[in-house]
Ligand binder design. Structure first.
Ligand code: GSH
Length: 202
């Protein structure tokens, strides 16, 4: 099994942290996405969208989309569970995973891409859209602070894929100067706990 990874990018980090939490090790190949190495014909044969991460299995099968990769790994390596074990826990964790991805992670990503123009060789940056995405991410962090006042983790009492997605989004948000606010004490408590986990180094 081999992971196509970009050390500086937030999406592949989600998979690296997920693997670290489960103690999964595999070959890792770095792909320079700023140089556009992800857009080669060889990489598009592995993922037609040309995005990283990609997990390549020993028989050559490729899985992309970080949540799909994590779903495969969860089934192959069930311990410790990171996507819930009961029907309700699975649904609750996926609910928060989706919220964290759509309303935080993707918003931070759009803010980054559209305000910095980092990928202007392959997309048209719209700075106003980027600024709006940053506002949306900040609003979600405000809501998350309230949620974490009554929940240890995003999905309740156990650490999960939803925490990994939100953590990678908030850490990456520093590049667009979006940070947890001093009065967001519950979000700060949760962020400190995420940073204290050994997997945060992945
Ligand atoms: N929804 C995808 C997003 C993948 C993605 O956008 N990856 C970024 C790195 S964070 C990438 O490969 N960007 C390079 C490009 O867009 O050319 C997932 O969850 O895996």
């Amino acid at each position: 099994m081999k992971l196509y990874d970009t050390k500086t990018a937030p999406t592949p980090r989600r998979v690296r942290i997920f693997m670290a939490e489960k103690g999964i090790q595999c070959e890792i190949e770095q792909v320079d996405i700023v140089a556009g190495d992800n857009l080669s014909n060889a990489m598009r044969a592995k993922n037609p969208l040309g995005k990283i991460p990609i997990l390549e299995l020993d028989d050559g099968t490729c899985i992309s989309e970080s949540t799909a990769i994590c779903t495969y790994l969860e089934a192959q390596y069930p311990e410790p569970p990171l996507m819930g074990t009961t029907p309700l826990a699975k649904a609750n964790i996926m609910q928060w995973q989706q919220r964290a991805e759509l309303y935080l992670f993707n918003q931070v990503g759009m803010c980054f891409q559209h305000t910095t123009g980092v990928f202007k060789d392959r997309m048209t940056p719209v700075p106003e859209y980027g600024r709006e995405a940053g506002i949306n991410a900040a609003k979600f962090m405000h809501m998350l602070d309230k949620h974490l006042a009554e929940n240890t983790y995003l999905g309740g009492e156990s650490y999960s894929i939803a925490d990994i997605t939100a953590f990678c989004a908030i850490e990456f948000a520093r590049v667009v100067k979006l940070r947890v606010q001093p009065d967001q004490v519950h979000l700060s408590r949760w962020l400190d706990a995420m940073r204290a986990r050994p997997s945060s180094q992945a």
